[in-house]
Structures are given as structure tokens and as C-alpha cells.
Design a protein. Structure first.
Length: 109
């Protein structure tokens, strides 16, 4: 009886891991399109889901760091949230301009 319990437990764990793997890989496969960050418009940025917006902000942080000549990045969730809010506000005001045109005021370079 004990052997059946452990076998069922291991089997259940295996099934759970496989299902999680399928969900994660499906989500990543659906969101793996290439984006030319230099040509991303504010309209496109605003239409993105939250995660691609945050990933874009991380990329733009690296771009701004290179412009400033500083290569220190602090992955601060609150700071990213503030930057996302600032970029969203700037994009809403600018219409269909490029996102890179909004960066100097947000990242101070």
C-alpha cells in the first residue's frame, strides 16, 4: 500500500511538472516575436501587455546607461514601476512618436 502511495505521489508530481512546463513554454513561444526597439512607437508600447512593457524598460535602461556612460543597473521594482508610469504618460501625450524620443526626459541623459 505504501509503495502505491509513493508511486502515485511521484506520478502526480511528474504530471504537475509537465503541465507547468507546457504552460510556460507555450507562453514564451507566443511572446517571442522580435521587436526593433529603435522603431517602437508609443502606440505599440501602450498596446503591449505588462510583461513586454517591463522587459522593454529593462532594455531601455541599458540603452540609457550607455548614453550616460554608466553601466550600473539596480533592478528596483519600484523604480521600474515609476519609469513605466512616466513612459506611459509621455507616450499618451506624444501620440505615435517613437519611444526612444521619450527616453531623455525619463532616464535623464
Amino acid at each position: 500500500m505504501l509503495a502505491k502511495f509513493f508511486s502515485f505521489r511521484i506520478f502526480s508530481t511528474f504530471i504537475a511538472v509537465v503541465l507547468m512546463f507546457l504552460v510556460i513554454t507555450t507562453r514564451v513561444a507566443n511572446s517571442s516575436e522580435e521587436i526593433d526597439m529603435s522603431q517602437l512607437t508609443c502606440t505599440e508600447f501602450l498596446a503591449m501587455d505588462r510583461m513586454p512593457q517591463v522587459m522593454s524598460l529593462v532594455w531601455y535602461n541599458g540603452f540609457a546607461a550607455q548614453k550616460r556612460g554608466t553601466f550600473v543597473f539596480t533592478p528596483d521594482r519600484d523604480n521600474l514601476s515609476e519609469q513605466k508610469d512616466s513612459l506611459t504618460t509621455a507616450c499618451e501625450a506624444s501620440g505615435n512618436d517613437l519611444v526612444v524620443e521619450q527616453l531623455p526626459t525619463i532616464f535623464s541623459y
